[in-house]
Design a protein around this ligand. Sequence first.
Ligand SMILES: Cc1cc2nc3c(=O)[nH]c(=O)nc-3n(C[C@H](O)[C@H](O)[C@H](O)COP(=O)(O)OP(=O)(O)OC[C@H]3O[C@@H](n4cnc5c(N)ncnc54)[C@H](O)[C@@H]3O)c2cc1C
Length: 382
Amino acid sequence: MVPVTRARTHDVVIVGGGLFGLVLAEQLATRCPASVMVVEREHHLGGLCWSRRDPQTGVEYNPYGTHVMATSDPRVWEWITGRVRMVAYTHTVHAAVAGRLVPLPLGLEAIEAAYGRRMSPEQAQDAVERDAAPYRDAPADSVRTLALAQVGPKLYEMFVRGYVTAQWGADPADLAPEVFAERFGISYRPSSGYHPEARWQGLPCGGYGTLIEPLADHPRIEVHLGRDYRQPPSPRYRQLMVVTAPVDAHFHRQLGPLQRRSLHLNWQVLDAGDVQAVPVVTYPDGTSPHYRSHAPALLPWNGAHSPSDALLVGFEAAGPGPNQIDFVLRSPHNEELAGKYRQLAAAPDVLLAGRGTTFYDDMGTTIGHALALADRLVPDLT
Ligand SMILES: Cc1cc2nc3c(=O)[nH]c(=O)nc-3n(C[C@H](O)[C@H](O)[C@H](O)COP(=O)(O)OP(=O)(O)OC[C@H]3O[C@@H](n4cnc5c(N)ncnc54)[C@H](O)[C@@H]3O)c2cc1C
C-alpha cells in the first residue's frame, strides 16, 4: 500500500475499500499495468466484513455483526484459500424460542419446537404440509403469504413474523417474498447448519484483516482512508471509476432515497456465566429488546475456541446507533427505484458495483462478481 503524499491521477479509481473494491483492486494491479486508487470513507479497510481484535478481551470480532464465508463457487474458494488459511467451520444460527435454542434455518428441531412434540422427518413434513395447504391458493406476493404457504401458521408465528418485523421494521405482509425465500427455507431433517447448501464454509484464520489488508499491498495501489469521494477534490482517473458506495447517494438521491432500515450493534463485556452458549442467537418472538446477539469468542478464529472469563457480546437492535448498518428494504417501491437508478448509470467510464448497488450479495457472491468484473476490464486496461 503506497502512503499518500500528493494527489495523482490513476488509471482506475475504486470507491469503497470493502471486499468488492479490494478484490477488484488486487486483480487489476496484479493482472495488468493499471494504477489503482482506492478511496474509502472509513478509517479502516474491509467495509461490512471488517474484523478487529477487542483490546479488553483479545477476542477477534466483526463490529458490524458475525460474518462467515460460505460458497459453492470453486473459483471463489480457490481465490480465498490462495490468500489466507481458512479455518473450517460450519456456522449455525440459533433461535431462542420456548426456553431453548433451536438451530436455523427451519428444520426438524424447529418443527418439533413449534408443534411441541418429538417427530420423525416424515411426521414433521405431514404436519407442516397439512397446516400450510389452506394458504397455497393465495398469491405468494409477500413474506407473509409465501411463508404461510410454505411453512404454515405455527412455524410462521414462532420463527418468521417477529424476526422479520424486528429486522426489517415492516409488517411481513408488506415485504417482498424474496426476504423469506432467500433467508428461510425449510427442511424436514435435523439441522446441518446455517448454510446447508454451501460446499465450503469457514473463517479466515486470525480474522478478516489477514485476508483484506494484503489485497491493497501492491506498489500500483494507493489507498486513501477517511476520504469521501463526493467531497472535493474529486478523485481523478484516466480510464474508469468503479463505485461501490450506495447507488442513490451516488446520484445525489435525485430520484428520491431508497428506503432503508438501520440496525446497530452494542458491544459489551460480560461475565462468562452470563453469555450465550453459541455464537449467534436470534430472538424471533418479538419480546426481546434486541433481535440478535453475537458471541465471537465462540468462533474458531484461530483454529480453536478462545477461552476467556470475560466475553464480548454484541447486541443487535433496530435503529441508529454505534456500528450502524443501513439495509435497503426489500419492497416493490425499492425494486422499482433501484431499477431506475441502475438505468441512470449510463456514463461509460463509471461503473456501479458491489453491495451499494446489488444490496443483498453475500461475501462469496461479492468476490465472484469482483473477479468477473476484473475479467471484463483487464483486456481494455492492458
Ligand atoms: C449484518 C450483516 C451480516 C452479514 N453476514 C454475512 C455473512 O455471514 N456471510 C456473508 O457471506 N456475507 C455476509 N454479509 C454480506 C457482506 O457484508 C457483503 O457481501 C460484503 O461485505 C459486501 O462487500 P462490498 O465491498 O460490496 O460492500 P461494503 O462492505 O458495504 O463496502 C463498501 C465500502 O464503501 C465505502 N463507502 C461508502 N460510501 C462511500 C463514500 N461516499 N466515499 C468513500 N467510500 C464509501 C464504505 O465505507 C465501505 O467500506 C453480511 C452483511 C451484513 C450487513
